[in-house]
Design a binder for this molecule. Sequence first.
Ligand code: NDP
Length: 272
Amino acid sequence: QPLDQYAVIGNPVAHSKSPLLHAAFAAQCQQAICYRALLAPPDSFAATVKQFINDGGRGANVTLPFKLEAFNLCTALTPRAQAAGAVNTMCFEGQKIIGDNTDGCGLVSDIVRNAGVTLQGKRILLLGAGGAARGAILPLLECQPAELIIANRSIEKAQQLAEQFSSFGQISSSEFAQIKGQFDVIINATSASIAAQIPPIPDTAYNSNSLAYDMMYSDQPTVFMQHAAKHQAQTRDGWGMLVEQAAEAFYVWRGMRPDTSELLTRNMSRAI
Ligand code: NDP
């Protein structure tokens, strides 16, 4: 019997850790699957997906720059993909493509389960209003924080998101410089860390009980994490989010939830 086929589709994609994460999950859960990285040419995402389905593909993850294109290609969407406006996980059933999004759920799992931080009743500051921020909003509001404030360089994008999600909880927007008070959790969902920049939020936003979470991950603390640590905040990078979004995708496809604890340690992230 041929192995069930899965892939991560992106461009570039060779750097992706997803094949290694899913191989580890498959071994642990004794699932006979094959998961590989699939490079799609910039203008051929849909053709790459169709070819993969014809070759027996059962599901795929989607990474940059195709999450929006995947959203438009799907024939059905889960509520969390609908809310995120982007798809990172696809299930193929005949000619049907069901789109899901596990990124936001991965973030919340990492903060709540792995870091042990309760979000209910807390003040949360979300920096950024791109795809990653948008996907995080609904899962964060489902934890019933006291308040979720979105701050973004282009303020109109933050305002739009706050308005769109206003019926799901206590949510508002702010300019970086206008941010008031202290926050229990500050999440950096901007891509500023890639350019070694820090969103210009007031130093008074942090206290010694704050968790400063950067969605980006690297072997070294990001500049955002270094800055937050100077203000006594606890820090965490996005490695756990990546592991947890993958575990959730594995659950969507295989109905089994892998134990992520070994993959969460930094040594393991360097090793793979
Ligand atoms: P987008 O390109 O969709 O959005 C980028 C956001 O960053 C925008 O809000 C933009 O603001 C803001 N931004 C960019 N540069 C700066 C800067 N110098 N100062 C302040 N704000 C800035 O990116 P994504 O949402 O897809 O990704 C954001 C980050 O999240 C990336 O670092 C990515 O690696 C990470 N990520 C991590 C995941 C994980 O599993 N760990 C999963 C998904 C994403 P403006 O609107 O004003 O341009």
